[in-house]
Design a protein around this ligand. Structure first.
Ligand SMILES: [Zn+2]
Length: 364
């Protein structure tokens, strides 16, 4: 006969509050002895008691039995009491109702994080920082790769261009040369016979000006303003950034890793890519700076963009890719007025603009 053991436990069942009550119980050879509402319910025998491991880590033991008043359960985490219960019940089998132990929890947590949460977070970050990631990828592209891409696109476009030589080209090359003197790109300027008022730049420094734009302009400074703006779209890699944003990382990576064929096939579409408002503002601001640096009167840029905005009924291809909002015009005007006097009073370019206009076919 073993000495009975007394210990404390939490009891649930008839006569006890829903949250249970702390009671003292006794474990012995025949079974339990607990003070319950029904006197007979308090002395269940081992044969009537079900044992179960419970609690978070299976470190608790739960004893369950049916009495006349209902089902009771008693839970204890007291190691000594648990050992006594196991001893007195002679190794009665225990159901495992414990919740996963710490190791399993850690493992399943890392599974949830690794397979679900982390990729999800990564996606959120990518979506959120999409533009920054695209810009970062674009910054990694070497100039040579970009130039190759421009070369391919230009050679594709060339078939549709009616390239013009003579005074207009000489003027455009002269002004363009000044604006790109310190560039990391080897700029090439072209004039094409086309009555649509347009000018555009391809990655790597290919700049094309339509005769229609030269006809709408009234001074060489106005043309210089457009060229300065276009040159900055190249310098700031706006086409590549626009591509990276609209085509995704694929564009940046394919340029980076030298597979240009897929991108080049989109060449025509790239030229129709609308620049973002931020890119337009940047091209205006940097363009104005470059005009001032070359002592070219910067008012021509504002005058020409304003003239185009006012003639919105014209076939203005330029405005569809370089939207000129009122806000943008006002910004340009503010920047010019903030410049030092000498910048605004720069001597006119030594160009007979009337002669340049006369040298190109009038718009039909
Ligand atoms: Zn633009």
């Amino acid at each position: 006969m073993k000495e009975p053991l007394r210990a404390k436990a939490q009891i649930f069942g008839p006569g006890f509050p829903p949250a249970g009550a702390q009671i003292e119980f006794e474990v012995g050879d025949s079974g339990l002895r607990v003070k319950t509402a029904e006197i007979n319910d308090g002395t269940p025998r081992w044969s009537a008691i079900n044992l179960a491991k419970s609690g978070w880590d299976g470190l608790q033991l739960r004893l369950e039995w049916k009495g006349a008043a209902g089902t009771y359960s008693l839970a204890t985490g007291d190691a000594e009491a648990i050992a006594a219960i196991r001893r007195f019940s002679a190794g009665k089998s225990e159901v495992n109702t414990a919740r996963p132990d710490a190791a399993t929890r850690a493992w399943s947590n890392s599974l949830i994080w690794g397979t679900v949460m982390f990729p999800l977070l990564l996606l959120v970050v990518i979506a959120w920082q999409h533009q920054r990631i695209a810009d970062w990828a674009v910054d990694l592209i070497p100039v040579e790769q970009e130039t190759k891409l421009g070369e391919i696109i230009f050679s594709q476009q060339k078939a549709n261009l009616k390239l013009v030589e003579g005074e207009s080209l000489a003027m455009v090359r002269d002004i363009g040369g000044k604006l790109t003197r310190d560039s990391r790109y080897k700029f090439q300027f072209f004039v094409t016979e086309d009555k649509a008022v347009n000018a555009y730049a391809m990655p790597g420094g290919y700049v094309v000006v339509h005769t229609g734009l030269l006809q709408l302009a009234d001074t060489a400074e106005e043309v210089a303003g457009v060229l300065a703006h276009e040159v900055q779209h190249v310098e700031q890699r706006h086409s590549l950034r626009g591509m990276a944003q609209s085509l995704g990382l694929y564009a940046g990576l394919s340029v980076l890793f030298g597979d240009l064929s897929g991108l080049a096939s989109l060449g025509g579409d790239l030229l129709k890519l609308k620049f973002s408002r931020d890119h337009e503002t940047e091209a205006d601001r940097e363009g104005l700076k470059s005009l001032v640096a070359q002592k070219i009167n910067p008012s021509g840029m504002r005058d020409f963009f304003g003239k185009m905005a006012a003639q919105s009924k014209l076939d203005l291809g330029f405005l569809s890719t370089h939207p000129a909002s009122d806000e943008r015009m006002a910004d340009m005007d503010r920047l010019i007025k903030a410049l030092p006097d000498e910048a605004q009073k720069a001597a006119p370019l030594a160009v007979d603009y009337a002669a340049v206009k006369a040298s190109i076919a009038p718009p039909k």
